[in-house]
Write a protein that binds this ligand. Structure first.
Ligand code: NDP
Length: 297
């Protein structure tokens, strides 16, 4: 039996891996859940678990006061939400867009929503699909706080932690972009490291436990560097950027000696050498943030 009344019903638009995980968590929590996906036939398991399958996106959004969208990007969510019949059906209802894209796309969607009498929250999911519905899930949201508070009880049924980051609708996407910047840069470094290691006859499995050791060094550095950047202190007492540049040049030379593209590391080494050339060789590596920020608009 449902633990929620129909005022708490939810519609999920988009049934990729993440949309299906979200709909499944709502169902597990007893929330009346209507689902729709551009390509039909992706909702079979959800319907078997109690979801209502809508024939059209307009029918789907009309079924619930709250619609959660989770598709590949905002071109896709625009293609769904900005159809006339869907926009009409959304009037006086709430959309929470958990699709990943840029802060500007979130702000543009917010302007569109306001022009059509649609309440709008923007959000991002910072954990993979298996986390959804568990304490490990991480959701970040931004937009009107009263709207967040109103829908939080239903959204909380997705499990994990939910953080309202502020009324600026672009803020969740800003966090998302920054965090994915860390993730993909780290993953690019790992993919590159595996190629260099393989060229030296070290297998990925042999390297993996040591790679995990390297990863554990990072969390305390994130905290320390955050203070350096916010306070503009950039202390390099324990690891000056001259030492970092030397380490990077070894990676470039080792990779290129095997014919492996070292373009990414060359870019980072170039930034560190510019910092040194500007007279900051005794500062820490994170002085690079200052260099990069200088031309930001
Ligand atoms: P995808 O990013 O591949 O998105 C697939 C969904 O997008 C499907 O429902 C697909 O519909 C829909 N779609 C694509 N193009 C269009 C279009 N032009 N019009 C309408 N619908 C379209 O898979 P996920 O479900 O994994 O991701 C959804 C969002 O969640 C993304 O923004 C992603 O970054 C984010 N996310 C995903 C995580 C994960 O672990 N998967 C983790 C954290 C965030 P169709 O079936 O018809 O092609």
């Amino acid at each position: 039996m449902s633990t929620y009344d129909d005022q708490s019903a939810v519609t999920v638009l988009g049934l990729g891996p993440m949309g299906r995980a979200l709909a499944g968590a709502f169902l597990d929590a007893g929330v009346r859940t209507t689902v729709w996906n551009r390509t039909p036939g992706r909702d079979g398991d959800l319907v078997a678990r109690g979801a209502v399958s809508a024939a059209t996106a307009a029918e789907a959004v009309a079924a619930s006061p709250l619609t959660v969208v989770c598709v590949v990007n905002y071109d896709a969510s625009d293609a769904i939400l900005r159809q006339d019949d869907v926009t009409d059906a959304l009037k006086s209802r709430t959309v929470v867009n958990l699709t990943a894209d840029t802060p500007d796309r979130a702000r543009d969607t917010s302007v569109w929503a306001a022009a059509h009498g649609i309440a709008y929250l923007d959000g991002a999911i910072m954990t993979p699909t298996p986390s959804i519905g568990t304490p490990d899930a991480v959701f970040i949201l931004s937009g009107p706080k009263d709207l967040y508070d109103r829908h939080h009880p239903v959204l909380a049924s997705l499990g994990g932690t939910h953080t309202h980051l502020g009324e600026d609708i672009g803020r969740a996407a800003a966090y998302d972009i920054a965090l994915l910047d860390i993730f993909w840069t780290a993953m690019a470094g790992y993919a590159h490291a595996l190629a260099v290691a393989r060229a030296e006859n070290v297998t990925a499995r042999e390297l993996a436990p040591f790679a995990q050791g390297i990863a554990t060094i990072l969390p305390p550095l994130f905290t320390e560097f955050a203070g350096d950047v916010d306070d503009a202190t950039y202390s390099g007492d324990l690891n000056p950027i001259t030492s970092a540049a030397s380490s990077m040049s070894h990676i470039v030379h080792a990779a290129e000696s095997h014919g492996i593209d070292a373009g990414l590391m060359r870019i980072v080494e170039g930034l560190t050498r510019r910092v040194i050339a500007e007279g900051h060789g005794t500062d820490g590596f994170v002085r690079v943030t200052d260099l990069l920020s200088r031309h930001a608009r």
